[in-house]
Design a protein around this ligand. Sequence first.
Ligand code: F0G
Length: 351
Amino acid sequence: RPGWPGIIRAYAGRIAVPPGAEVVTLGEGNTPLLPAPHLSELTGATVYLKTEGVNPTGSFKDRGMTVAVTHAKAIGREAVICASTGNTSASAAAYAARAGLTCAVLVPTGKIALGKLAQAVAYGARILQIQGNFDDCLELARKTAAEYPIELVNSVNPVRLIGQRTVAWEICDVLGRAPDVHCLPVGNAGNITAAWQGYKGYSQDGVIDAPPRMFGFQAAGAAPIVRGEPVPNPETIATAIRVGSPASWAGAVAAREESRGLIDAVTDEEIIAAYRLLSTREGVFVEPASAASVAGLLKTAADGRLPRGATVVCTVTGHGLKDPDTALSGVAEVEPVPVDATAVAAALELT
Ligand code: F0G
């Protein structure tokens, strides 16, 4: 849509901000709902990709951050803080910069993708690399915000998840109905919680006849909800969802139960296979965590849990450029070629 005003103004009736608040927006939302012909053929379903990497900082976090930072500014805060596997910090740093607030980010040392770190640096955040994992960072951020005058903008801040409901509303607005199944990756579990609340709201208001079944996917090495207990040392190539003790655990379980959905685990091998398929066959370059939704789609289509002929939306949560190391891993050095058309043709094996 031309002139898109960002999600707070686009859904003004559904997102409350303090009276007189200055809306802090970078034009987030209104991301493409892209048909995925190759995935549709593979699964026998009608598959769409909600490409959240198109958001201003390259992930879905911007939907929540516009609301969280608008609130923080309206109540007079001068600083915000978050824990992050990288995307929340990139988003918080950008919206804080826009609002003229200071931003502090707590990230796990060595476990955040290069592009995300570059974003936090570029937007001028105070970056603290914590010698612990994401769960340690979140606990520290909560403690700091409880004791000092700094606003916590992680998804434990309830206004952030209200912004993240908008993904469900946009999908329904475009399709003219809800999908039958919505697949998405699960890390700290805020996103599945928010999307489900979004669908429920539209359903209760009669905007849609029925909400979808929610299919959430964790990485096998970081799958506390699937296992039913926290994972003390989570590990996965999908660093964005390397979370052992999700803050919105109960919300994710409610989404699964109330929607008659499921939460399952996908291996790193399945995630990487889906990651490569998305870029080489659909032309959609995402970061590894985002491919967990598609790995789960393929898994449930193969074992019969995905109804044939269903309309399915997969959220692909973050842009592929966030994690250049994974994109380049296993790629042999690119051979130099002289400035010569014959050499180019030979290199390309053209005849
Ligand atoms: N996909 C990406 C690209 C993410 O960055 C995240 C979460 C998720 C999926 C999972 O969403 O946590 O709501 O279940 N990233 C957080 C962060 C943890 O710090 O950026 P969730």
